[in-house]
Ligand binder design. Structure first.
Ligand code: ZN
Length: 272
């Protein structure tokens, strides 16, 4: 599991899984945490259990994001009615004793509760983990190119500020392993979408044009730029430089699988 030096704290548990250390086989080998895919459910639940054990969580309530490439960030607080969410049956599974709920149509989860563990899923898209050590709030956000074009990371910062009274200058953000500029080729459709949030000039900071309407993009830097523009300090951003596409032993990758079967990695965060 990878984690961020910047987020290491006695008040926080966090990590982003790799494909190492699990029990799944074949294209899902071995640490696949993608509960919504075709892998054997008990293997996925055992993989999640191993990740939670490694993190040393004491939470019994797990919230998963049902991701749809939206800019929707859901707050889990004392008013959250878990009964209104879809519940994952865990009886007679490796996660028996936990409660697991799916937050529908959301790509970001945020809480100041210490008894809930937040999980978002990845296979090339950019994971963000946000932490305000002053107001004691955490969030995890799924930001692929669609989410980046919608600036979901900035939406999470705004929500932390407006709902919890956070100051932008206190918020720390880890930007996790995901598709790197070495491998992540995109077309004009992506560039057109990004122009909603970026000027043509600023695109040059993280896009390298190739021929025939193709480009290489550094989506982690695109997220970092949006976050800096939203008031996050450079010293409060930590970027994992690993590329998921060209590290097949260590990471799952949607792009590398060319639409075929592949596992999913998870960003996991909980306040202590
Ligand atoms: Zn690469």
């Amino acid at each position: 599991m990878n984690n961020f030096k910047l987020l290491n704290s006695d008040h926080l548990i966090h990590g982003i899984t790799t494909r190492l250390g699990g029990v799944s086989t074949g294209p899902y080998s071995s640490m696949n945490t993608g509960l919504f895919g075709d892998d054997y459910r008990d293997n996925v639940l055992e993989n999640i259990r191993r990740a939670l054990t490694e993190l040393g969580t004491d939470s019994k309530i797990i919230i998963l994001a049902q991701q749809v490439h939206s800019e929707n960030v859901v707050i889990i607080d004392e008013k959250t009615n878990f009964e209104s969410m879809e519940k994952v049956e865990l009886e007679n599974t490796p996660l028996e004793g936990f409660e697991m709920y799916i937050s529908a149509v959301t790509d970001g989860l945020m809480t100041n509760r210490k008894d809930v563990l937040l999980v978002t899923f990845y296979a090339d898209c950019v994971p963000l983990i946000l932490y305000d050590p002053v107001k004691h709030v955490v969030a995890t956000v799924h930001s692929g190119w669609v989410g980046t074009a919608k600036a979901i990371g900035v939406e999470a910062v705004r929500k932390m500020v407006s709902v919890y009274g956070s100051s932008e200058s206190d918020i720390r953000i880890g930007i996790g392993h995901s598709a790197g500029i070495c491998c992540y080729e995109i077309g004009d459709d992506v560039i057109d979408a990004l122009k909603m949030k970026f000027s043509v000039d600023s695109l040059r900071d993280f896009v390298i044009p190739k021929r025939y309407g193709k480009y290489m993009i550094d989506l982690k830097e695109a997220n970092a730029k949006l976050l800096r523009d939203a008031g996050i300090l450079q010293k409060h951003l930590e970027i994992d430089s690993d590329c998921t596409i060209c590290n097949p032993e260590k990471y799952h990758s949607h792009r590398r699988a060319k639409g075929g079967k592949r596992g999913m990695m998870s960003a996991i965060v909980q306040l202590k």
